[in-house]
Design a protein around this ligand. Structure first.
Ligand SMILES: [Zn+2]
Length: 254
């Protein structure tokens, strides 16, 4: 294994993933189990889809993508089969939506809350105490905030990596800050580190965990018992931040 990574979960059922989907006709269906809650879903026909795919959208709605020649009954069968997975995904989506709604004009930053304040003429985001000054212009705002988080990430990850490597007696080669949707961090076989800037939206112990996780990959590239034992030596309480990331990772967005 040449690369290790901490990834984020897909919102599509992995066993029903299709190669892609074209524009198709839309119909609807409902799964109404006896004694259970009815589940409405939308069916989309696709010329490009090869297999039946079920997806839970960010607003919690369920879409079934059906290849052109597959009968409509296959959608109900898929929804029925994947009902437990759909319920888990919808709960996760609702948790994320609630977390984002609760921010109310603030942004989380390593366990602190920054109040976002727009300033006319400003192009670069700048932190002043607990205030993050941002462009008043809505189109410029998001990119400016992301660039600010990326700058902080380069600094906050670098000193943590240096400290962890010094303690573990290991060396890394280069740090890249990325923003992929599906990966928190990675460590190549040559020791090149990459970290997702969105980790700065999490409490600091989450970033500490991901740093130690990748540093331990400098010694053990896989996720074998030996790897977890090494991580446990350096960070005895790693189970908690690991579980937090699995549960709240989807809410680490601007
Ligand atoms: Zn790993």
């Amino acid at each position: 294994m040449s690369q290790s990574e901490i990834g984020r979960r897909s919102t599509s059922a992995p066993d029903r993933r299709a190669g892609g989907s074209g524009i198709g006709g839309v119909t609807d269906g409902t799964l109404a189990p006896a004694g259970g809650e009815a589940l409405a879903y939308r069916i989309r026909r696709s010329d490009r889809a090869r297999r039946v795919r079920v997806a839970v959208e960010v607003d919690g709605t369920v879409t079934v993508v059906l290849p052109r020649r597959i009968p409509e009954a296959a959608a109900l069968a898929a929804v029925r089969e994947l009902a437990p997975w759909i319920a888990r995904r919808r709960a996760a989506v609702a948790t994320t939506a609630a977390a984002l709604a609760a921010r109310g004009g603030r942004l989380p930053y390593l366990g602190a809350w920054l109040t976002v304040v727009g300033e006319a003429g400003r192009q670069r985001a700048h932190r002043r105490a607990d205030v993050l000054l941002v462009p008043a212009d809505q189109e410029q705002r998001q990119p400016a905030i992301e660039r600010w988080y990326r700058r902080q990430a380069a600094r906050e990850v670098a000193w943590r990596l240096d400290a962890a490597c010094a303690r573990a007696g290991l060396t890394y080669h280069g740090l890249t800050i990325r923003g992929q949707a599906t990966r928190w961090a990675s460590c190549s076989a040559r020791g090149a580190m990459s970290f997702n800037w969105r980790l700065l939206l999490a409490p600091p112990e989450i970033l500490d965990y991901v740093v130690w996780h990748e540093v331990c990959h400098l010694a053990v590239m896989d996720h074998s018992p030996r790897f977890w034992a090494l991580l446990g030596e350096h960070l005895p309480g790693y189970a908690e931040p690991r579980a937090w990331l699995a549960r709240h990772g989807a809410s680490l967005v601007l």
